[in-house]
Write a protein that binds this ligand. Structure first.
Ligand code: ADP
Length: 192
């Protein structure tokens, strides 16, 4: 199964992706995690990404597409993967499409976890306050507002591209975490 978890920052994509990964034995590809690892490792990708991420803006498409392209080639992705945080722009979606087309495959489903803006702000600020190692550099109110604006302007408009393919499943991300998982499994179980 090749999946995309789609939704605003703070929707719970990371949490649900981990559960999906475990249930269906898929590779979990979080571009946010991959970029943060690159920042920690001080690679050229990390150096390019750090300031942009701290400001809540989008890392250039060629960088994220390159990161995903390398990752998707690895053996653990052969039987399937769940993308979390990618694609975030129309051009990333087109690049992903081309990448998969080359391999003779395609995305099976897009799970759209939707959450209202005011709930997102509340959640992320709570996550920042409770984070044991200190908050993520981009989990503060100013950056979060920027991330939400970027989501509305660049990412949300990607959804119709997948809706046109009839593969989008809407999930209410304001339900309790376990209920969200149950709904998602209800959608994905028949696809495996
Ligand atoms: P969240 O979904 O909570 O905003 P992520 O961990 O997915 O957090 O992403 C953190 C940051 O990493 C983003 O704000 C952005 O700067 C960068 N990033 C992650 N994925 C992408 C992507 N596909 N394209 C561009 N930038 C990205």
């Amino acid at each position: 199964m090749k999946l995309i978890l789609f939704g605003p920052p703070g929707a719970g994509k990371g949490t649900q992706a981990a559960r999906i990964e475990a249930r269906y034995n898929l590779a979990h590809l979080s571009t946010g995690d991959m970029l943060r690892a690159a920042v920690r490792a001080g690679t050229s990708v990390g150096l390019q990404a750090k300031e942009i991420m701290d400001a809540g803006r989008l890392v250039p498409d060629d960088v994220t597409v390159g990161v995903v392209k390398d990752r998707i080639e690895r053996d653990d992705c052969h039987d399937g993967f769940v993308l979390d945080g990618f694609p975030r722009t129309f051009s990333q979606a087109k690049a992903l499409d081309a990448m998969l087309h080359e391999k003779g495959t395609r995305i099976d489903a897009v799970v759209f976890i939707d959450v209202d803006d005011d709930v997102l702000v509340e959640r992320i600020l709570k996550r920042a306050a409770e984070s044991p190692g200190g908050p993520r550099a981009d989990d503060n109110e100013a950056t979060l507002r920027a991330r939400l604006a970027v989501y509305r302007e660049h990412t949300k408009p990607v959804l119709p591209f997948y809706e046109g393919q009839g593969i989008v499943h809407h999930v209410d991300g304001m339900a309790p975490i376990d209920a969200v998982s149950t709904t998602i499994f209800g959608v994905l179980d028949p696809l495996r």
